[in-house]
Design a protein around this ligand. Structure first.
Ligand code: MF3
Ligand code: CO
Length: 250
C-alpha cells in the first residue's frame, strides 16, 4: 500500500531531507585524496546529531555506520573504513536522516581530484537518469514510467542498470511501498497520485549490470569490477509536478 502524505507530512519529510542535503554538501567539501571514509562518516554523524536528527542507516538491519560509501567498482552499501581516497577514484555517498519521525534519503557520486573522461560520463549519465526518472513523477503517470525513463537514459549511453536494488517509498519508514525498479517497460504498476513520496535511486554500471555482495553482507560490487555510479533524491509528487525535497545538493 502506497501511503499518501498530507502537506504537513511532506513538510516534515522536507526538513529531514534538508538535513540530508546539507550533510552531502558538507561531505563534498571534504572529498579529496588522503581522506578516509571513516573520517567522512564521523563528519556526517556529528553534523546530523548537531541538527537534532538521527542517522537513518546506523543500526538499520545491523548496518554499522552513518553513511554508505561506494568507491569505484562498489555499487552501494560499502562500509566506511580506513581506506584513503586517492586521485582518480569515484565515490558514492548515501546519507539518510530521521527528524521528527520522518525520513530523508539521498546519494551522490563525485570524483576525487581529476578523474577519467569515462568516469565523468558515467557520473553524468547516472545523474541525468535520476532526473529523467524524477520528471515522470507526475500524477496520472504509472510507476514504471519512472523505471523506464531511468533505464533508457542509461542504456542509450551504453551503460547498464543494476536490477537487484531499487528505489522506494519513504516517510515514517525509511523503506515504504512501492519498490521503484530502475528498469522495465512503461505504463505498468500503480498510477501516481499527489502526496506520494519516493526515494528514487538509479545505480548505473559501466559494464555488466551483474553484481556481487561481499562476505561482510553489505558491500555490493560489480561482477566485472568496472565502475558504478549512484544518485538518489527524495521526491514528492504534488499537484504542480515533482518536488525534489533533497534539492540543496545535486
Ligand atoms: N539509500 C539506501 C536505501 O535506501 C541506503 C540504505 S543503507 C542501509 O536502501 F544501511 F540502511 F541499509
Ligand atoms: Co534509498
Amino acid at each position: 500500500m502506497i501511503k499518501i502524505k498530507s502537506a504537513v507530512e511532506i513538510d516534515k519529510i522536507r526538513k529531514s531531507c534538508e538535513i540530508v542535503a546539507e550533510t552531502l554538501k558538507l561531505l563534498k567539501k571534504h572529498i579529496q585524496p588522503g581522506v578516509t571514509t571513516i573520517e567522512l562518516d564521523k563528519i556526517a554523524y556529528d553534523f546530523i546529531i548537531k541538527k537534532g536528527a538521527i542517522p537513518a542507516f546506523l543500526g538499520y538491519r545491523g548496518y554499522p555506520a552513518t553513511i554508505c560509501v561506494a568507491i569505484n567498482e562498489v555499487v552501494v552499501h560499502g562500509i566506511p573504513d580506513n581506506r584513503k581516497l586517492k586521485e582518480g577514484d569515484i565515490i558514492g555517498i548515501d546519507v539518510g536522516a530521521k527528524f521528527n519521525g520522518y525520513y530523508g534519503d539521498a546519494a551522490i557520486t563525485v570524483g576525487v581530484g581529476e578523474i577519467s573522461k569515462n568516469a565523468k560520463i558515467l557520473i553524468d549519465v547516472t545523474k541525468t537518469a535520476l532526473y529523467r526518472g524524477i520528471e515522470k513523477c507526475i500524477k496520472g503517470n504509472h510507476l514504471s514510467d519512472i523505471s523506464h525513463a531511468i533505464q533508457t537514459t542509461a542504456e542509450e549511453n551504453g551503460f547498464d542498470v543494476v536490477r537487484e536494488f531499487v528505489g522506494h517509498g519513504i516517510g515514517t519508514e525509511l523503506h515504504e511501498d512501492p519498490q521503484i525498479l530502475n528498469y522495465g517497460p512503461p505504463k505498468r504498476g500503480p498510477i501516481l497520485e499527489s502526496g506520494m513520496v519516493f526515494a528514487i535511486e538509479p545505480m548505473v554500471n559501466q559494464g555488466t549490470h551483474e553484481v556481487e555482495v561481499f562476505d561482510d553482507k553489505w558491500t555490493v560490487v560489480t561482477k566485472d569490477r568496472k565502475l558504478s555510479a549512484h544518485f538518489e533524491h527524495t521526491v514528492a509528487i504534488t499537484e504542480n509536478g515533482p518536488l525534489i525535497l533533497t534539492q540543496k545538493e545535486i
